[in-house]
Structure formats: structure tokens, C-alpha cells
Design a protein around this ligand. Structure first.
Ligand code: ADP
Ligand code: MG
Length: 246
């Protein structure tokens, strides 16, 4: 009995008949259906304008679907409702860093969750340590390098202890060393991960399943080698086979 329960998969994210239109742009997400199991590491690829960021905003309750919806651990996402199970790392870290110091930015989430000062302090210290930015705690975030800002933005999400984290183009604008550090960090992350990126080598190194999105349609869902190694399919959707799969 226990064994049967252990092998049972838990669905972390369930997207059902999800449609989204902006007021001036219809069918940006066109009837999407997929699930992500707890602990899975999934890459989301697709050309510019495919709908990746819009999908992430729907998953996290930033945007309300036109129809259909998203469930996190079986509970429907409602727009504007804070869901501590999921964290979103924005494409541009400056969109999520606004405090006078790195410490204040990372402590902001746990403080707003109504946690005790001791718990806020302990979570902030731990998140800064995990992302390797403890020594930046007193610095103003807007003075940091792109790589440092990225890790602080990740720390501010980790401090809320989400079980699933959605990363939108996390290696955009990083130099080689910062990118390598980010890849090692993501490889060691225990959370359920959904990562959108044009950096297909990062997707290949970090994830074990690939979703290909184009014009709001889910074109393919499978193993990274099967999808990113399919030259014709990649070309058809404005992408190239990454070097290790050539
Ligand atoms: N705020 C907005 N208002 C209207 N259209 C938008 C808005 N944001 C994105 N779009 C459009 O929605 C489509 C999907 O965009 P987006 O989700 O940003 O794609 P991706 O992240 O894959 O590049 C694009 O056609 C884009 O122009
Ligand atoms: Mg985007």
C-alpha cells in the first residue's frame, strides 16, 4: 500500500483548455493542454511572440485566461490571488527588484507572507546563501551587474519557499561566467522547474522534457533530444538544433 502511494505521481501544474487574448491581440494562447509532475524539469522553447511569457503570467495568476484555466496541486489559480506554491522569476530582474538594499528585496516576500521576524531573517539569509549573493546584502540592487541582479531576483523568489519555479529567459544578458553559475544553480535546484529560453544549450543541460510553443499552440511535448534534435521541426518554428544535438 505504501509502495503504491510512493510511486503515484503528483501533478504540480495542470493547464486545461487554456485560451488567452489581449484586447488588441487574439488567440495568444490557443487551447493549451498539458500537465507537469511534481519534481519535473521542463524547458519551454519557441520563437519570439510564441506566447511563453503570457503563459507564465497565466500560470502565476498575473493574467486571467479568456477561457480554460490552470490548477496548481489540484487547486484552481485565480487572478490576483497569492499562491505561495509557485514563484516567477521575471525576464528582466529590474522588474522585481525595487528596495533600497538586496536584503530588503529578498526579505520583502516572507515579510508580506506574515511570517515572524525570526523566520523572515532565517529565510532571507538562506536564500542569499543558496544563490551566492550574501556579500551583496547591503548593496542597492540597481547598482549590481546583470548576473548579480539575476541571482538576487532568484533569491527573492526562493525566500517564499515555492515548490515550483517558473524562469522566464533566465540567461538573457548574462556573461559566460554568470551563465555557467546559473546553470549549476538550476541543476542543483530541487523545485519543479519550468524554464523558457532561447539558450537551448541551457535547456539541454538543465531540463529533461521540452515543450515547443509557436503562435500560442503547443507544437510538441517530449524528450529534449526528440524535439530539439528534429531539424525540420526546429526550422519550421524559427529555431535551430543546438550544437550538442547536431
Ligand atoms: N501587453 C500586451 N498587449 C498586447 N499584446 C501583447 C502584450 N504582451 C504580449 N503581446 C503579444 O502576445 C504575443 C505573445 O507574446 P509573449 O507572451 O511575450 O511571447 P514570448 O514570451 O514567447 O516572446 C505576441 O504577439 C505579443 O506581441
Ligand atoms: Mg517572453
Amino acid at each position: 500500500m505504501t509502495q503504491a502511494l510512493d510511486t503515484q505521481k503528483t501533478i504540480a501544474i495542470a493547464v486545461s483548455n487554456l485560451n488567452f487574448s489581449y484586447p488588441d491581440q487574439a488567440n495568444v494562447l490557443d487551447n493549451l493542454n498539458f500537465t507537469i509532475q511534481q519534481g519535473e524539469r521542463v524547458g519551454l522553447i519557441g520563437p519570439n511572440g510564441a506566447g511563453k511569457t503570457t503563459l507564465f503570467f497565466c500560470l502565476c495568476g498575473v493574467l486571467s485566461p479568456t477561457s480554460g484555466g490552470v490548477q496548481l496541486w489540484g487547486k484552481p489559480v485565480e487572478v490576483g490571488q497569492f499562491r505561495p506554491e509557485i514563484g516567477l522569476v521575471f525576464q528582466n530582474p529590474s522588474d522585481q527588484l525595487f528596495s533600497a538594499s538586496v536584503w530588503d528585496d529578498v526579505a520583502f516576500g516572507p515579510e508580506n507572507m506574515g511570517l515572524s521576524p525570526d523566520e523572515v531573517k532565517s529565510r532571507t539569509q538562506k536564500a542569499l546563501h543558496l544563490t551566492g549573493v550574501t556579500e551583496l546584502a547591503d548593496r542597492p540592487p540597481h547598482h549590481l551587474s546583470g548576473g548579480q541582479k539575476r541571482m538576487v531576483a532568484i533569491a527573492s523568489v526562493l525566500a517564499m519557499h515555492p515548490q515550483a519555479i517558473v524562469y522566464d529567459e533566465p540567461s538573457a544578458n548574462l556573461d559566460l561566467r554568470s551563465r555557467r553559475r546559473l546553470i549549476h544553480f538550476l541543476q542543483a535546484s530541487p523545485e519543479t522547474l519550468l524554464i523558457s529560453s532561447h539558450d537551448l544549450d541551457l535547456i539541454l543541460e538543465v531540463t529533461s522534457r521540452t515543450l515547443l510553443l509557436d503562435s500560442g499552440n503547443l507544437i510538441a511535448d517530449g524528450s529534449p533530444a526528440e524535439i530539439m534534435g528534429n531539424r525540420q521541426m526546429m526550422l519550421d518554428h524559427g529555431l535551430e538544433v543546438p550544437y550538442p544535438l547536431e
